[in-house]
Every structure is written in structure tokens, then in C-alpha cells.
Design a protein around this ligand. Structure first.
Ligand code: AMP
Length: 194
């Protein structure tokens, strides 16, 4: 597709964009929409791990138990997964990361892989009460309320510190995620184009 055909984001070429946000913020949906509009892959570590579990690969067998609890897979395993994925040819021209990094050590690994900071970090911000409401509404068959609450707790403890980490480095852009899907997409696009 020609750059001029990319509609709302014509002329904007992302290199490395990180989407940050709590479970239920809609960042996965936004990553897919933006990837299509920008013509770069959306790399979702959650999707990659779920595929590995489905395939029953060595990685899948290793992460299955921890994923079922709502806690995070260890940073060393995730570093391997992301390093391999970003080395694939389709990521060479640019990519959106959905679900990585999720800890400060993971952010440091990403910097090492990229040889610098990501170009932009978009925080999809949604109030906590709304997150619980959304999470219970979209509950996957294998998710109990307990697992959903654990995911939110893990986000608060381990991932939320990335907000300050990226803000301190001047990379954080916050978008109000408490709106319709197209409104949030438009806001992200606007922020990316600066
Ligand atoms: P997600 O679909 O992004 O919510 O990811 C689903 C699950 O995969 C999470 O609850 C974690 O157990 C695991 N996971 C995905 N990405 C990461 C990551 N960057 N670090 C650690 N665990 C992850």
C-alpha cells in the first residue's frame, strides 16, 4: 500500500511505538487498528504466548501455569521472546509493541535491543472502576474474577512504574482511553504525528 493511501496517518512512519495500559484499556484493539493504518506489525506478547500454549511448544509449556494465575512471565523468558520477534524482517521498518515492556527491567532490555529508547510510548489511560467493569464484561471462559483482579494488581505493582520511567525520559504521551474505539484511535494518531 502506498504511503498516500494510509488515510488518517498518511506520511507518518513509526519506527518503535510502545502501547502501555492496564488490562481492559483497549490497547490491544488500538494496536491492531494502528498497525493496519500505519502498515507496521502489531506485536502482542500476550498473543504470542497464547499461541505457544496452544501449540504446546516448550515455551508454551513453560508459561502456561503462570499465565493462568494472571501473574507475569519472567523477564529473561520475555527478553528471549521479544528479541527473536523483533529480529524478524517484518519488524525492520517499524512496529507497535502491545504488552511489552511490562516491568522496568523489560524496558531496559528493549533499550538494549533497539540501541536506544523507543520513539514513543502511548499510555491508554482508563479509570480503575471502568477497568473492572470492562474486564468482567469481556471475561474469557477460563478467567475467573480472581484472575482478573490479580492482573490489575500486577499491573499496579509491576507495570505502572513504567509510566514514571517513560515520563522521566520525555517519551510518555497519555491518551484518554475512556472513549469510543474510533475516538481513541484518532487521539493516538494525533499524538503520534505530534
Ligand atoms: P496480555 O494478553 O497482554 O494481557 O497477556 C496475557 C498474559 O501473558 C499476561 O497476563 C502474562 O502472564 C503474559 N505476558 C504477556 N506479555 C508479558 C510480558 N511482557 N511480561 C510478562 N508476562 C507477559
Amino acid at each position: 500500500m502506498a504511503v498516500a493511501d494510509k488515510g488518517a496517518v498518511a506520511g507518518y512512519s513509526p519506527r518503535s511505538v510502545v502501547l502501555l495500559g492496564p488490562p481492559g484499556s483497549g490497547k490491544g484493539t488500538q494496536a491492531e487498528i494502528l498497525a493496519r493504518d500505519l502498515g507496521v506489525p502489531a506485536i502482542s506478547t500476550g498473543d504470542m504466548l497464547r499461541e505457544a500454549v496452544e501449540e504446546g511448544s516448550e515455551l508454551g509449556r513453560k508459561v502456561e501455569g503462570i499465565m493462568a494465575t494472571g501473574d507475569l512471565v519472567d523477564d529473561a523468558t520475555m527478553a528471549r521472546v521479544v528479541r527473536e520477534r523483533l529480529a524478524k524482517p517484518d519488524a525492520a521498518a517499524g512496529f507497535l509493541l502491545d504488552g511489552y515492556p511490562r516491568t522496568v527491567p523489560q524496558a531496559e532490555v528493549l533499550e538494549e535491543i533497539l540501541g536506544g529508547h523507543p520513539q514513543a510510548v502511548i499510555l491508554v489511560d482508563v479509570p480503575e472502576e471502568e477497568l473492572v467493569r470492562r474486564a468482567l464484561g469481556r471475561q474469557r471462559a477460563d478467567d475467573t474474577e480472581e484472575v482478573i483482579r490479580e492482573r490489575l494488581r500486577v499491573y499496579g505493582n509491576k507495570t505502572a512504574p513504567l509510566v514514571g520511567y517513560y515520563r522521566d525520559r520525555g517519551l510518555l504521551r497519555t491518551v484518554d482511553g475512556h472513549r469510543s474505539i474510533p475516538e481513541v484511535s484518532t487521539a493516538i494518531t494525533r499524538v503520534l504525528r505530534g
